[in-house]
Design a protein around this ligand. Structure first.
Ligand SMILES: [Zn+2]
Length: 304
């Protein structure tokens, strides 16, 4: 199945089962969004809108050192340009600060961290970035006292030979055969780390489907394990699908941090062309009938 067929299948499934759909657009304002980021937003929007579901805009802004106001503004401008709408979440950058920033949900993240700590599932990691570049972390066996302020906290993952996940877009199970590294759950600066925030937020906002790039497959597995260890069984009901990435001219993965340039000039120049390129990438038939984003909803995608 290509990506469009995977979405088509999820749409039919949701309609037949009368399953309420809620997807999330979860951009991180740590750089200017690139083409691949926008493709991901469109996929999530498409699934929700084609099923009469809801779209949440959740801007992952907890990494204070990397977030910049111009990146936040850029997210809103891209959404506006694509005419991509949402039902819940900040309407503009000020709103993010006042109501929707992840900062406001720190008590919830902390509660989950403490829950894991109570279950003896966390250990203190004293490694610096420099140490980690030379040798793997062996803090799991050390006896350092747990403290969120002096150390980062890592989660003890079970040692399993193979980890599986049913992929919602591919329609079959994907497996991973090398041991997963214990993830950081709480950072040295006494702030929640990515996996913990992501799981908490997806449950808090009642997300039903997560569509993300295949580079986040390991993250999905870690989040699945984290939720199981914390007893958050509802996370297992969320359907997670991974789509292929798009690559730059020299075959390099697009990356905000590697400075992949802003997509805005292309969008401003020719929105229709941008959407048709998206449609071709996703495998949407009749891509030449697409003028605006909403046209995607009119095109039925058959099973493979
Ligand atoms: Zn360590």
């Amino acid at each position: 199945m290509n990506t469009a067929q995977g979405i088509g299948s999820l749409i039919r499934q949701a309609i037949i089962n009368e399953q309420p759909v809620k997807t999330r657009l979860a951009p991180t304002p740590s750089g200017y969004l690139h083409r691949g980021n926008l493709y991901n937003l469109i996929l999530n929007w498409w699934l929700a809108r084609a099923t009469g579901g809801k779209v949440l805009l959740r801007i992952d802004d907890l990494d204070r050192e990397r977030v910049r106001p111009e990146y936040v503004d850029f997210i809103f401008r891209c959404l506006d340009w694509l005419e991509l709408d949402w039902d819940e979440g900040p309407g503009k950058p000020d709103d993010l600060q006042q109501q929707w920033s992840q900062e406001h949900r720190m008590p919830m993240y902390r509660a989950l961290m403490l829950q894991l700590k109570d279950r003896n599932l966390l250990y203190a990691c004293t490694c610096s970035r420099n140490t980690l570049s030379k040798k793997p972390c062996d803090c799991r066996t050390s006896t350092a006292e747990l403290s969120g302020r002096e150390y980062s906290l890592k989660l003890v993952l079970p040692e399993q030979a193979v980890v599986y996940m049913q992929d919602a877009l591919i329609g079959s199970a994907l497996s991973h055969t090398t041991p997963l590294e214990d993830p950081v759950i709480w950072k040295k600066n006494d702030s929640a780390a990515y996996h913990l925030c992501s799981v908490s937020d997806d449950l808090y906002f009642g997300v039903s489907h997560i569509l993300r790039g295949e580079d986040l497959f390991i993250s999905s597995l870690i989040q699945q394990q984290l939720s199981q260890l914390a007893g958050l069984t509802a996370f297992g009901d969320i359907q997670i699908g991974h789509h292929p990435l798009i690559y730059g001219p020299e075959g390099a993965k697009l990356s905000k941090s590697a400075g992949s340039r802003s997509v805005m000039p292309e969008l401003q120049q020719n929105q229709t062309l941008f959407l048709r390129e998206f449609a071709l990438w996703a495998g949407i038939p009749k891509s030449n009938e697409i003028q605006r984003l909403r046209d995607i909803l009119q095109i039925a995608v058959d099973k493979s």
